[in-house]
Ligand binder design. Structure first.
Ligand SMILES: Cc1cc2nc3c(=O)[nH]c(=O)nc-3n(C[C@H](O)[C@H](O)[C@H](O)COP(=O)(O)O)c2cc1C
Length: 146
């Protein structure tokens, strides 16, 4: 199965860390949507959409990219890092609407956060993603890619 991960990671590179670990350990292709906003996904069977969470949403550029470039009938998965470590993937529903995508998995972990007032207290989720988060992410990917 040919896999690729598209990501956006603008706050502390937390999501990028998770994606890079999967890339390193599993040899999967990955790219930054802000650097390659028109990358074609038609050759891939399994597509990861990865983002930090901003205002309870995937990054607007990820939403726009998926809307425009996710082909029909693909297996997809979500990766996100956030302060709350909750599943915010509902924010992608509009982007994949009508594409007949099969969502095969969702991975979430905490990410270091210094947004707004949190900066004053040294941020939240310091050190995340940590080694355990990264190992969990690799296990997650291995589980869906087999
Ligand atoms: C502008 C902004 C808004 C954020 N909003 C949320 C939020 O609504 N919920 C949450 O759990 N975390 C929120 N966070 C924390 C980020 O999701 C978290 O730090 C994430 O790991 C950032 O990923 P990145 O470093 O890959 O960009 C926010 C961070 C920023 C900068």
């Amino acid at each position: 199965m040919k896999a690729i991960i598209a990501y956006v990671s603008t706050h502390h590179g937390n999501t990028e860390k998770v994606v890079n670990e999967i890339k390193k350990e599993c040899g999967v292709e990955a790219f930054n949507v802000l650097e390659e906003p028109d990358r074609d996904l038609s050759d891939y069977d399994l597509i990861g959409l990865a983002s930090g969470i901003y205002g309870a949403q995937f990054h607007p550029k990820m939403v726009a990219y998926a809307k425009e470039h996710l082909p029909q009938n693909k297996k997809i998965f979500y990766i996100m890092t956030s302060a709350l470590d909750k599943n915010f993937s509902k924010s992608m529903a509009g982007a994949i609407d009508g594409k007949n995508a099969e969502i095969v998995g969702t991975f979430s972990c905490k990410g270091y956060n210094t947004f707004g007032p949190f900066k004053l207290v040294g941020g939240t989720g310091k050190g995340h993603p940590d080694a355990t988060d990264l190992a969990n992410a690799v296990e997650f990917f291995k589980g869906i890619a087999k």
